[in-house]
Write a protein that binds this ligand. Structure first.
Ligand code: ATP
Length: 232
């Protein structure tokens, strides 16, 4: 079953045509990564799926339901979680209170499980959001999205600005999400690491899908990896 099936998507910002007939499939229970240079249109693609920047034409199916014209809260109700670029935590709430905010479905992710996955958050549970490091804030953002027990989780550049050890942690968490049967759509600048954990990869360039296929095949394509600016 396809968790997400985008076809022929066109999205504009005013008169600027950003996404050109983009199609993408994320199979249920898989990790799909969306790669591309800065400005390629990755964030726009995620925002279009969420209904935050509605597409002008094309189809977005979430578990078979047409979602292209839905408001963001209705897309979220189809159990699509979204962790946007940049960390959004409540600065004045403690870690624990930040974690109590999401009121989602029952599922594998509850607060004890979150503390197991992110021991650092448990250590800091009485600290306020604003007292956390960038890496801790990213973990808290991801943790909050997980507590909604979405079926699909969209992560926009979760490793951005994080120290290598923390990046490893974030990728480890993505792997455990898949183990729980969650579908993950991962936008990443960290091309090599993304290809290591993803099943399928798409490369966007100037709003056009220029490559897609098994992540392992792309991982072996040095030329392609080199051509993606920001590749590490
Ligand atoms: P990055 O890695 O830098 O986030 P990206 O691949 O996510 O890049 P987008 O942020 O989707 O790219 O941007 C795609 C194009 O749309 C860029 O040319 C950008 O300048 C333009 N764009 C993004 N947001 C807006 C906006 N709100 N209004 C107008 N143009 C925008």
């Amino acid at each position: 079953m396809n968790a997400i099936e985008v076809s022929g998507l066109n999205t504009f910002y005013g008169k600027s045509h950003i996404l050109h007939d983009v199609s993408l499939v994320a199979e249920e229970g898989s990790v799909t990564t969306l790669l591309g240079r800065n400005g390629a249109g990755k964030t726009t693609m995620m925002r279009s799926i969420m209904g935050l920047t509605p597409s002008r034409s094309g189809s977005i199916k979430v578990f078979g339901t047409e979602a292209a014209k839905l408001a963001p809260y209705r897309v979220a109700r189809l159990r699509v979680g979204y962790v946007p670029e940049g960390r959004r935590v409540f600065p004045n709430l403690t870690v624990e209170d930040n974690l109590k905010v999401p009121q989602g479905h029952a599922g594998p992710f509850d607060i004890p499980r979150i503390y197991q996955l992110f021991p650092r958050l448990e250590e800091r549970r009485l600290n306020r959001g604003r007292q956390l490091s960038g890496g801790e804030q990213e973990m808290l953002s991801i943790a909050r999205a997980l507590l909604l027990n979405p079926k699909v989780l969209i992560l926009d550049e979760p490793s951005q600005g994080l120290a290598p050890l923390i990046v490893k942690d974030v990728f480890r968490i993505v792997t455990s999400m898949r183990r729980e049967g969650m579908t993950v759509l991962l936008v990443e600048q960290n091309v090599r690491m993304a290809l290591e954990i993803a099943d399928t990869a798409y490369v966007l360039d100037h709003g056009v899908v220029v490559h897609h296929g098994p992540a392992a095949a792309l991982a072996g394509d040095e030329g392609l990896i080199q051509s993606l600016a920001g590749a590490s």
